[in-house]
Design a protein around this ligand. Structure first.
Ligand SMILES: Cc1cc2nc3c(=O)[nH]c(=O)nc-3n(C[C@H](O)[C@H](O)[C@H](O)COP(=O)(O)OP(=O)(O)OC[C@H]3O[C@@H](n4cnc5c(N)ncnc54)[C@H](O)[C@@H]3O)c2cc1C
Ligand SMILES: *[C@@H]1O[C@H](CO)[C@@H](O)[C@H](O)[C@H]1NC(C)=O
Ligand SMILES: *[C@@H]1O[C@H](CO)[C@@H](O)[C@H](O)[C@H]1NC(C)=O
Ligand SMILES: *[C@@H]1O[C@H](CO)[C@@H](O)[C@H](O)[C@H]1NC(C)=O
Ligand SMILES: *[C@@H]1O[C@H](CO)[C@@H](O)[C@H](O)[C@H]1NC(C)=O
Ligand SMILES: *[C@@H]1O[C@H](CO)[C@@H](O)[C@H](O)[C@H]1NC(C)=O
Ligand SMILES: *[C@@H]1O[C@H](CO)[C@@H](O)[C@H](O)[C@H]1NC(C)=O
Ligand SMILES: *[C@@H]1O[C@H](CO)[C@@H](O)[C@H](O)[C@H]1NC(C)=O
Ligand SMILES: *[C@@H]1O[C@H](CO)[C@@H](O)[C@H](O)[C@H]1NC(C)=O
Length: 545
C-alpha cells in the first residue's frame, strides 16, 4: 500500500492542478477513490453528496456550534461528506481532493469554536472521522492507541472500565474529539500534575499531503512536535495517537461549590487568583463565573446577580483535602459533606449528572457524542500573569449583568507541572509565569442576524475591557478556543507577516518553527484554512499561487 501511494503521489505532483467544478465532480471523486483503492467502483455507503437523502442531516449534525445556522451570508456547503471506515480511504481522499482542487476539512468531535471542521469559503469536502474511533488500552504498559475520531468521553470510559488507577489528562467535556483537542493542546483537571493532553502523547500516525502514512519515526521530531499543540489541520490528517496514561489514586475527591453575590464572588475570585496556581499539584480548583437569575411567580426576572462555581478534583482522600483547604482557602467554607469520593472516571461523568449514584449511567454521559451545551456561541481566551484587582473583576461582572443571554468566564489554574515544562517543548508556550487561563463564552439559542451581531459585539467589548488586565505583548490566546477575530484570512493564504499577528498570540516564539515545519511537510500549502500555519517566506519568489 505504501509503495502504491508513493508512486501515485509522484504522478500527482507532475500533473497540473486542474480544478473541475463540473456537475460530475462527485463522479470524478468516486472514480478517483476507486482507482486508489480496489479498482472496483467505490462503495457509496460512506460518501454523501448533496443528492444523498442523509446529506443535509449529516451536515447539520456536524455543526456543534449553530452560529452559522440562519446566517445571512450563504456559506458553501461541502461538495461531499466522506465517512471513511479505514485508513486507505483517507489516503485516497487526500490525493483525490488535491487532484480535483478541493480543500479538506477534517472533523473529529466537531467542537471547533469557529466551525473550522465543517465550514470553508472555498470548495471542500468533509472527512468525518466518526467511524474511526477504536481505542486500545494497554494497562501493563500504561499506554493507549486511540483513533482520532474517538471523543474524550469514549477514551475516559475505556480507561475507567479497565482500571481505576490510570487516567488521561485531557479536557472536561466528553463530546470533545481527540483529533482537535490533543492537536490543539488540551487542558483539564489533571494539568497541574501531568500537564496538557499533548504533553502525554508518545507516538502518532498521520496521513501527509502525499497520501503517505507516517509514524513518529518516519515523520520525524519536527512534525511530531508541531502536531502536539500546533493544530492538526495545518499538517495532514492525524489518524491516531499513542498516549501515555498517568497513575492516579483509585479514589479521588470531587467538589463543586457555588458562591453568590457580587461582593462574595469578587472576594473569592480575588483570593483564588493568588493561590490556585500555587496549591499542591494534586489539587485543581477551577472557577466558572456566570449570571444567576431569580424569577418571580410569573417567571419574570426579579433579580440578577453573579455566581461562581468552584469545581475541584483532588488526587487524594477527603480527609487529606479538608485540612489542606482549611489552610489555603478557608474563605470557601468547604464542609465535609461537600466532598465526594469516587473514581476518576466517575468524576468525569459526575459533573454532567452521570455516575452510579445519579440518574444517568457512566456510558450515557461519556459515550454521548452530542455536546450537551449545543447552541450558538462565541468564545475567546486570555492568559493572566498578575492577579486582576477587585475593581477590575467588578467591571467584568458589570458587563456580565448587561448581557441578556448566557455568559460564562471559565478560569483554569496553571502552575505545578505546567511550570516545569519548557515553553518550547511543544508549540503551546503558555507555561511558567501563567497564573491561569480564561475562557469567555456567550451563548444564545435563537440565531438570527440580530442576535448574532449583538452577542458578537458584546464579546468584543468585553475583550477590549479585559486588555489591561491580561497578558501583554503579545496578548496571548489558546488555540483550542479558536478566535478568528484575532485576524484571519478568508482562504488561508495569508502571508507569514500577516499570520504572525495571530500566530504569536497562540504560539509566541514557537510560531516560526511551526512555519518551518509547515514549509517542510506541506510546501504547496494544501492543508489550509482561515488560521492555518503559513509557509515561511522564501526570498525572491512569489509566495503562493
Ligand atoms: C463544550 C466544550 C468544552 C470544551 N472543554 C475544553 C476543555 O476542558 N479543555 C480544552 O482544552 N478545550 C476544551 N474545549 C475546546 C476543544 O478542545 C477544542 O474546540 C478542540 O479543538 C475540539 O476538538 P474536536 O475534535 O472536538 O473539534 P473539531 O472541530 O473536529 O476539530 C478542531 C480542529 O482540529 C482539526 N482536526 C480534528 N481532527 C483532526 C485530525 N484527525 N487530523 C487533523 N486535524 C484535525 C479540525 O479540522 C479543526 O480545525 C471545549 C470545547 C467545547 C465546545
Ligand atoms: C477500505 O475501504 C474501501 C471502501 O470500502 C475498500 O475499497 C478498501 O478495500 C478498504 N481497504 C482496506 C485496506 O481495508
Ligand atoms: C455572601 O456570602 C455570605 C456568607 O457565606 C452569605 O451569607 C450571603 O448570603 C452571600 N451573599 C449573597 C448575595 O448570596
Ligand atoms: C480549620 O482550621 C482552624 C484553625 O486554623 C481550626 O480551628 C479548625 O478546626 C479547622 N477545621 C478543620 C475542618 O480542619
Ligand atoms: C445525548 O445528548 C443529547 C444532548 O444532551 C441529548 O439530546 C440526547 O438525548 C442524548 N442521547 C442519548 C442516547 O442519551
Ligand atoms: C520537574 O521535572 C523534573 C524532571 O522531570 C522533576 O525532577 C521535578 O520534580 C519536577 N518539578 C516539578 C515542580 O514538577
Ligand atoms: C433559525 O431561525 C428559526 C426561525 O427564527 C428559529 O426557530 C431557529 O431556532 C433558528 N435556528 C438556530 C440554530 O438558531
Ligand atoms: C431574532 O431572535 C430574537 C431572540 O429570539 C428575536 O427577539 C428577534 O425577533 C429575532 N429577529 C429576527 C429578525 O428574526
Ligand atoms: C489570497 O487569495 C485571494 C483570493 O484567491 C487573493 O485575492 C489574494 O491575493 C491572495 N493573497 C495572497 C497573500 O496570496
Amino acid at each position: 500500500m505504501g509503495v502504491t501511494f508513493a508512486l501515485v503521489s509522484l504522478f500527482l505532483l507532475s500533473v497540473s492542478w486542474v480544478s473541475c467544478y463540473a456537475a460530475s465532480i462527485h463522479e470524478d471523486f468516486g472514480q478517483c477513490m476507486s482507482e486508489h483503492l480496489t479498482g472496483k467502483p467505490h462503495p457509496t455507503e460512506n460518501i454523501f453528496t448533496p443528492d444523498s437523502p442523509t446529506y443535509k442531516s449529516r451536515y447539520d449534525a456536524a455543526q456543534q456550534n449553530t452560529r452559522w445556522v440562519n446566517s445571512t451570508v450563504p456559506l458553501p456547503k461541502p461538495t461531499l461528506i466522506l465517512m471513511p471506515n479505514n485508513e486507505s480511504q483517507i489516503q485516497a481522499a487526500v490525493l483525490c481532493s488535491r487532484q480535483l482542487g478541493l480543500q479538506i476539512r477534517v472533523k473529529s468531535g466537531g467542537h471547533d469554536y469557529e466551525g473550522q471542521s465543517y465550514l470553508s469559503k472555498t470548495p471542500f469536502i468533509i472527512i468525518d472521522l466518526v467511524n474511526m474511533r477504536s481505542i486500545d488500552i494497554n494497562v501493563e504498559e500504561q499506554t493507549a492507541w486511540v483513533q482520532t475520531g474517538a471523543t474524550l468521553g469514549e477514551l475516559y470510559y475505556n480507561i475507567g472500565t479497565r482500571t481505576n488507577t490510570l487516567a488521561f489528562p485531557g479536557g472536561l467535556c466528553p463530546s470533545v474529539g481527540t483529533g482537535g483537542h490533543i492537536s490543539g493542546g488540551g487542558l483539564g483537571v489533571l494539568l497541574r500534575k501531568f500537564g496538557l493532553a499533548a504533553d502525554n502523547v508518545i507516538d502518532a500516525s498521520i496521513v501527509d499531503v502525499n497520501g503517505r502514512i507516517l509514524d513518529r519515526k518516519t515523520m520525524g521530531e519536527d512534525l511530531f512536535w508541531a502536531i502536539r499543540g500546533g493544530g492538526g489541520a495545518s499538517f495532514g490528517v492525524i489518524l491516531s495517537w499513542k498516549l501515555k496514561l498517568v497513575q492516579i489514586p483509585a479514589t479521588v475527591t470531587y467538589f463543586n461549590i457555588g458562591v453568590f453575590g457580587i461582593e462574595n464572588v469578587t472576594k473569592l475570585v480575588y483570593k483564588w487568583q493568588r493561590i490556585a496556581h500555587k496549591l499542591p499539584k494534586d489539587l485543581f480548583i477551577r472557577g466558572l463565573v456566570a449570571t444567576k437569575k431569580t424569577l418571580d411567580e410569573n417567571k419574570v426576572i426579579k433579580d440578577k446577580t453573579i455566581k461562581v462555581q468552584f469545581e475541584s478534583l483532588f488526587l487524594g482522600s477527603k480527609w487529606d483535602l479538608i485540612p489542606l483547604l482549611n489552610k489555603t482557602f478557608p474563605e470557601l467554607g468547604v464542609k465535609q459533606e461537600d466532598l465526594q469520593e469516587m473514581t476518576w472516571v466517575h468524576a468525569a461523568a459526575f459533573r454532567l449528572g452521570g455516575g452510579d449514584e445519579t440518574e444517568n449511567t457512566l456510558d450515557m454521559v461519556l459515550l454521548n457524542r452530542t455536546d450537551i451545551y449545543r447552541s450558538s456561541y462565541k468564545g475567546k481566551s486570555d492568559f493572566v500573569t498578575t492577579p486582576i484587582s477587585p475593581e477590575g473583576l467588578e467591571g467584568i461582572w458589570e458587563k456580565f449583568l448587561e448581557e441578556d443571554t448566557q455568559v460564562y468566564m471559565i478560569i483554569d489554574p496553571f502552575g505545578g507541572q505546567m511550570d516545569n515544562i519548557s515553553k518550547s517543548a511543544l508549540p503551546f508556550p503558555h507555561r511558567k509565569g501563567t497564573l491561569y487561563n480564561i475562557q469567555y463564552l456567550v451563548k444564545w439559542y435563537n440565531n438570527n442576524a440580530t442576535t448574532y451581531s449583538r452577542h458578537q459585539k458584546w464579546m468584543k467589548d468585553l475583550y477590549e475591557y479585559m486588555a489591561p488586565y491580561v497578558s501583554q505583548s503579545p496578548r496571548a490566546a489558546y488555540l483550542n478556543y479558536k478566535d478568528l477575530d484575532l485576524s484571519s484570512n478568508q482562504v488561508g493564504n495569508t502571508s507569514y507577516a500577516q499570520a504572525k499577528v495571530w500566530g504569536e498570540k497562540y504560539f509566541k516564539g514557537n510560531f516560526e518553527r511551526l512555519a518551518r515545519v509547515k514549509s517542510m511537510v506541506d510546501p504547496s500549502n494544501f492543508f489550509r484554512n482561515e488560521q492555518s500555519i503559513p509557509l515561511l517566506p522564501t526570498k525572491g519568489t512569489k509566495q503562493f499561487h
